[in-house]
Design a protein around this ligand. Structure first.
Ligand code: ATP
Length: 199
């Protein structure tokens, strides 16, 4: 599985539709200061469901929509599509190529799509949860974040690794199952009490 392409339109500094094609291996994005390199990384976080404006280096979520320049009027919506090569079936979906799209309007309304079909954010999160591209975006280490990862408490660092390895999903499922088991034990005890009373 690898990221194949990223199309941004109306997202931050990318007013016009712009597509970056990514080959397997290491991709370097170079450019002068302020030219939008980090915005590319923000676009990947955003399309995968990032909900925190701060994580996207903005004050509010609307800040991701192109705000206009002296020569160009602001736009009403931001749209990002990330296309992933899934020929190794790393994502649990029956397509060799998977495109995930997120669209946001100034009204705050958001839309998500998987291969052009409307879906919910949770569908995207579920799809990605085994891939190491999780909701918390631990696999995206932004500028200045390297230090915080290296200096994180051992348990937090373990969390980053578990998310990247796709373990977190199973941990969450285990916690849910244990909660159900607890509730079941309470019910069983109640049944035992009632049975005793009836004897
Ligand atoms: P550096 O090398 O300094 O880290 P960079 O290439 O990573 O810079 P970014 O931080 O990605 O640059 O981009 C910053 C630019 O994006 C700024 O010029 C800023 O004005 C522009 N920008 C951010 N949000 C918007 C927006 N909503 N509308 C228009 N432009 C925006």
């Amino acid at each position: 599985m690898h990221l194949k392409s990223l199309t941004v339109k109306g997202f931050k500094s990318f007013a016009s539709s712009t597509t970056l094609r990514l080959e397997p291996g290491v991709t370097c994005v170079v450019g002068p200061n302020g030219s939008g390199k980090s915005n590319v990384v923000d676009a990947i976080s955003w399309v995968l469901g990032e909900q925190g404006a701060k994580a996207l280096r903005g004050g509010k979520m609307e800040d991701v929509i192109f705000a206009g320049t002296s020569g160009r009027a602001p736009l009403g919506r931001a749209e990002v599509t990330l296309t992933i090569d899934n020929s190794d079936n790393a994502l649990p979906i029956d397509y060799t190529e998977v495109s995930v799209t997120r669209r946001m309007y100034r009204s705050g309304e958001s839309e998500y799509e998987i291969n052009g079909d409307r879906c919910r954010l949770i569908d995207i999160q579920e799809l990605m949860s085994d891939s190491g591209i999780g909701r918390e975006m631990h696999v995206i280490v932004g500028q200045g974040q390297l230090d915080s990862v290296l200096q994180a408490r051992p348990e937090d660092r373990r969390g980053f690794i578990e998310e990247a390895a796709g373990v977190l999903k199973h941990r969450k499922r285990k916690e849910k199952a244990l909660r159900k088991l607890d509730a079941m034990m309470v019910n069983l005890n109640r049944v035992a009490d009632l049975t005793d009373e009836l004897r």
